[in-house]
Design a binder for this molecule. Sequence first.
Ligand SMILES: [Ca+2]
Ligand SMILES: [Ca+2]
Length: 91
Amino acid sequence: MDMIYQILDLNNDGRISQKELSIFVRRLEVLGKLPAEFPTVASLMAEFDTNKDGSISKAEFMNMASYVDFRSVTKMPEGLTTTVAGNLTSR
Ligand SMILES: [Ca+2]
Ligand SMILES: [Ca+2]
């Protein structure tokens, strides 16, 4: 799960912001890798940002990962993270 956390934490500040989560989910959607039952970013934040600071800490992520199936994430093609990071920095 550490690897997945690092993929999601695009700016490596140790937290997953709502923006990072939404970029990730949108990228999965574009690639057709988003499971139909995958929750929306808003519902993930509402459910798992337990201290309501607007980002997902590692502890909050571990809780989220016990409810959300991130296995599909590990099957993502090589290069996805660089693509996502490139999109983020080009804005
Ligand atoms: Ca971050
Ligand atoms: Ca939080």
